[in-house]
Design a protein around this ligand. Structure first.
Ligand code: PFF
Length: 473
């Protein structure tokens, strides 16, 4: 058993393979669907500046910390914590729980993206004025989005049950660069539309008057979500890294790629949005409304073709992320509970499917039904990205800073002195002192709305309960 475990843990064929897998997990709906709409809802440029600050000062350090803890322990989330200190098992459990809850809405949006591949060729682009209404009607429908969600989830199940993530990674290797190229192309189209400059102003001229504590929390949560941090996903990936890899440079590469894609998505969307006279604050529909309009305005077969390629690429980017989410949960059940891979995958995704049905219906027929003041979709979303991930990141920082040996960390980060990392002391001070305090302040000042307060209390309760029960995990 141990033997097999060891073998499996050394399976990144190449540095490129690792980078693509980690970047594949990071780059997903978070960058292309979520980042633009959050930017739109939080006032544009100011949000972006704060987001970049969160990436640079928090995200990058936590990414390195997750890689380090993962490679040092050679174990996935729960095992990594447990192997160092049994009292910390709950922090790993919280990560698994976050993965679970994110999968309570992520496949819904993955399903939208998949649906838009087909809608692109079945008349969606024929009437550009109707694209916004079509989207609202589509996501609010009782059956259609569920069908797409189930298909999307089934693909995840197929990949994870077979343990053939290699296949999706191979697809990612082709489609991620495709997405990159396509985004560049869309950016050119977008900025050359008449009236596009208003969008550029929105992105690059920060209006600080709209900034509140909530803006900071939204930016911090988005940084964690987008980089796949705060739930041990990158701990797990780090556990597969070989001892020769340069951790700081890998962390920098993944963070830079993720940030570049998010900024490109913003640049692709906002100039066109303003050119078409649309509202930046429209929320989750943004990418599904603006991008098809850009293609519709190109007209004819070529617009259709680009639209299909775009949504295929977006779906695959989403898949490489959701597979990593499902894998966190499945790996836990396999490693810690001894469940067989297939059983673990089916059981976990059956529960996720129920959560997704509730999330999807909360956009339509169940819109009046709320939990702690919000619909199911928002419940899973806010709970994970504004509460669990940020707290998960904070716990990891405290754990690495206060409960692991500094010299051992240094040896791991620098490959026993072979890699020079001049910023070690600064990084260490960040995770030990600055980041835990910073996250506490941001969480405190950002949770202002009453729904969010009750969600925060609920989230903390969940954490306490998991801490009590984690002794049994
Ligand atoms: N980073 C992914 C995205 O931006 O779409 C979402 C995600 C994947 C979050 C994996 C967390 C995670 F562990």
């Amino acid at each position: 058993m141990q033997q097999v475990e060891k073998k499996q843990r050394e399976n990144w064929g190449s540095r490129f393979g690792f980078i693509m897998a980690a970047a594949g997990s990071a780059v997903g709906l978070g960058n292309i669907w979520r980042f633009p709409y959050l930017t739109g809802m939080n006032g544009g440029g100011a949000f972006i500046v704060i987001y970049l600050g969160c990436i640079l000062f928090v995200g990058l350090s936590i990414m390195l910390a997750e890689f380090t803890v993962g490679r040092k322990t050679g174990l996935a989330t729960v095992g990594a914590y447990k192997s160092q200190n049994r009292n910390w098992t709950f922090a790993g459990a919280l990560g698994v729980l976050s993965g679970f809850f994110i999968m309570g809405f992520y496949p819904v949006v993955g399903g939208w993206s998949l649906a838009y591949v087909f809608k692109s060729v079945t008349g969606l682009l024929a009437a550009p004025e109707a694209i916004g209404d079509t989207f609202v009607a589509f996501i609010g429908a009782p059956v259609e989005p569920l069908v797409w969600m189930v298909i999307y989830l089934a693909v995840n199940i197929f990949i994870v049950a077979k343990g053939v993530a290699g296949g999706i990674e191979a697809a990612g290797k082709v489609l991620m660069p495709t997405l990159f190229v396509l985004l560049i192309f869309i950016i050119f189209r977008s900025v050359s539309l008449p009236g596009a400059s208003a969008g550029l102003n929105f992105l690059f001229k920060p209006d600080w008057s709209v900034v509140t504590g909530q803006t900071f929390l939204a930016a911090l949560g988005q940084a964690f979500f987008s980089l796949s941090l705060g739930m041990g996903c990158m701990i797990t990936y780090g556990s597969y890294l070989n001892k020769k890899e340069n951790l700081p440079s890998n962390a920098l590469t993944v963070v830079s790629m993720d940030t570049a894609v998010a900024l490109m998505a913003g640049l692709a969307i906002f100039p066109a949005l303003f050119a078409f006279g649309l509202e930046p604050t429209q929320g989750p529909g943004l990418v599904f409304v603006v991008v098809p309009q850009i293609f519709a305005h190109m007209g004819g077969g070529i617009g259709m073709l680009f639209s299909v390629i775009f949504f295929v690429a977006l779906t695959v980017a989403a898949l490489t992320s959701s597979v990593s989410l499902l894998e966190v949960v499945v790996a836990y059940l396999i490693d810690e509970k001894g469940v067989a891979r297939r059983t673990a995958t089916y059981v976990a995704s059956a529960v996720m499917c129920v959560m997704c049905i509730l999330s999807s219906l909360s956009m339509g027929v169940m819109s009046g039904f709320t939990v702690l003041g919000v619909g199911f979709f928002d419940f899973f979303d806010i709970l994970t990205d504004k509460i669990f991930l940020a707290i998960g990141g904070m716990l990891l920082a405290i754990f690495a800073g206060w409960f692991m040996d500094k010299e051992e960390l240094k040896a791991e980060v620098t490959n026993n002195g072979e890699v020079s990392f001049g910023l070690f002391e600064a990084w260490y001070a960040m995770i030990k002192y600055v980041i835990p305090v910073l996250i506490a302040i941001v969480a405190y000042s950002g949770i202002t709305a009453i729904e969010q307060k009750s969600l925060m209390i609920f989230g903390l309760l969940v954490i306490v309960v998991s801490a009590i029960f984690s002794k049994k995990l």
